[in-house]
Design a protein around this ligand. Sequence first.
Ligand SMILES: [Zn+2]
Length: 432
Amino acid sequence: MFSFRSRNTNNTTIDTFFMNKIVTPITLGSIVLSTVAVFGQTYNDPQIKAKADAIHASALTLDTHCDLPMLLHARPDFDVTKEHNPRTTGSKVDFPRIKKGGMDAMFFAVYLGQGPRTPAGNADAKRRALELFDIVHQIADDHPDFAGFATTPEEAMALEKAGKFAVFTAVENGWAIGNDLSLLKTYYDLGARYMTLCHTSNNDICDSSTDPKGPEHGGLSPFGVEVVKEMNRLGMIVDVSHTSDSTVWDCLELSAAPIVATHSSARALFNHPRNLTDDQIKAIAAKGGVVQMNMLSGYLKAGNAGRAKALQALREKYPRGAELSEAQQQARAAEMQEINKRFPEELATLQTVVDHIDHIVKLVGVDYVGIGPDLDGGGGVTGMFDVSEMGNITYELVKRGYSEEDIKKIWSGNFFRVMKEAQRVAAELNKG
Ligand SMILES: [Zn+2]
């Protein structure tokens, strides 16, 4: 029988490991190595910095994809109110660093790695999702001086005015609903304002971009069609990050509201199935949606081929859902450490990320791009390694000549436009 290890004290969880997401000290060797290896682009030209700091302070800064809840779930002793060193703790987000990074709002993901698509597996997925929603709400509810929960752009703006941080939430991986359409409303009522339809494997809703078994439904399944319709009716935004190309096209055709990619980049600049083609970016823009820049190095630069192969082999050796003994867990952690030694992750740079922004702006204009770095889920590049460095994004945009108005659109104007449109479409659908 498959079960989640919901509260363990071991630093490596089944989830973090199998999702290829990096939140644990296990990976430190690679992070330190790769950071040392990269030369220094600086962010301290006084003129650029003064302008960038002013814009950054006045913009409502929104990150649309962060996996802090996964880290909190795996490390219940983690104190989010204390500042952590990302290079010795593997953590990219806490309150002091959110403040340093000038962040006003973030979507904290209720994220599930794909498990068995069986009644028992689906029940576990639901239980785990509900646990993660609890964690997200606690981030806001337990720290009312610092944060508040938000479900609309207006609520986030009100919190910003009050000097507080807005906690948004969303579901990553539609497996969280299993085969139960009614769970969409349950999660919506818990605050989820988008749902990423799948993760790295196919599920009952759609095909993933990275399932080694290849496509299963040819895009959205018949159930997936019902899911998109219900999401439209609720005003929950359809997120096509992680989905296969045919799923993206199916969603573009079917969705009554604009669709988004909350953490994806441009395939024209780096050929990876997790990134979007120019045609897809154009179609998402034509529908009024937005593409939020991912900052996961494996999707931004080559050089991690040996690492990817080794991780894949490890995943096959310890499949998700397998019950692992303590000894097996230790063996797996040791093998992971060995992979980090042999194939240290080579980080992309913030300049590369902003090249992706430039590309999308040239392709479709500045109204269709935003920021979704996937911190605590493997995201973080040289120059934007943790949330405290978010200001460097604004610096780089100012340096490249973006106006204050454009930068504010990139930070939240564009995504908020989609949130409002999703609500308008839902109201329209419910009228009819
Ligand atoms: Zn993801």
